[in-house]
Design a protein around this ligand. Sequence first.
Ligand code: PHE
Length: 356
Amino acid sequence: MHGFSKNNAFMALQDSIQTLLEQVQTMKASNADEIEALRIKYLSKKGEITALFNEFRTVPSDQKRELGQKLNQLRQEAEGRINSLREQFEAKHAEAERIDLTRTPDPIALGTRHPLSLVREEIVDIFSRIGFTVAEGPEVEDDKHVYGMLNFAPEHPARDMQDTFFIEKEIGVQKPTDILLRSHTSSVQTRVMTSQKPPIRVLCPGRVYRNEAISARAHCFFHQVEGLYVDKNVSFADLREALLYFSKEMFGAETKIRLRPSYFPFTEPSAEMDISCNICGGKGCSFCKGTGWVEILGCGMVDPNVLESCGIDSKEYSGYAFGMGVERITNLKYRVKDLRLFSENDVRFLKQFESC
Ligand code: PHE
C-alpha cells in the first residue's frame, strides 16, 4: 500500500514534468513584458516549476534520483529558453535602435529672415551706433497718445475714419470711440516723453495701421521706425547730421540727402527728406521719375506744444524727430515693387532673402 502510493506520486510528478517540458519547449514571447511573464509563470517563487520542486520533497528517497534529474533538466530548459528569448528580443531591439554615425543627415529646410525684419534691424543697428535705444508701445492706442498730445487739432483729417481704424467698444455698435489702431509710432514717443526725463534718445519701430484699400502701392498696415532726440540745445543741424549719417550707412557713402520744407502737426519746422536715387546714382531713372531723388522720410524739430503736453519744459529743452516706412526703405534696398508681397508669406518670395 505504501509502495503503491509512492509510485502514484512518482507517476503524477513525472507527468507534470513532461507536460511542463512540452510547454516550455514551445513557449513564445514578442516583447520584454511577455518574457518576464513567462519567467514568473514557471520559475518565480510561486512558479509552476518551483511548485514541482516542493512536491519533489515528498518523493521517497530511493526514487529521487531519477525524478531529480528530470526536474533539473526541466528547470534548465526553462531558464535556457527564457534567456534565449531575451537575447533574441534584445538583438532585434538593438538593430532597430542602431544609429549609423557615418550617414549624411537629411537636409534641414532652414527658414529665412523676413526682409522687413532684416531692414528694421539694420535701421536700428545704424542708429544704435549713435546712442539710440529702442522703445516699444501698444498697437491698440488711445486718441490722446496718437493725436491729442501730438498737437493734432480736434478736426484734423487724419482722425477721420478714412485713415484711422477705430475700435468699437461694443461689437457692432459704432459709437464715437477714442480707442484706435495706431496710425504712426509717434504714439510711442509721447509715451516715452511722459515717462522719462531728457536726455531722451529713442527709436520706435513697429507696425502701424491705416484705413487704405490694399493695392501694390498701399496697404492697411505697414511698418515704421521713428526716432526722437530731446535734450538741451538740440538743433536742426543735429537732425541733418544724424540723417546724413544714417543715409550713408544704409545706402552707401556716396549717398546725398536733401531736405524739403513740409508740414506735420507735431514738428516745427518740418521737412521731408530725399536721398539721391540709389538705383541710377542720381542721374535720373524710371524709379526716381527722372528726378534723381527719392523721398524716404519725414522729420522736424519737435513742436514746443508737444514737449509741453508731455510735461517737458520747452524753454529748457528742444528736440528733433523723424519717421520712415520700413517697406519704403526695403523697396529701395531690395527693389520689392508690390507691397502685398510683404504680407503674403509666399515662400518663393521669402526664399530670395536666404543669404541676407
Ligand atoms: N509720424 C509721421 C508719419 O507717420 C512721420 C514723422 C515722424 C514725421 C516724426 C516727422 C517727425 O508720417
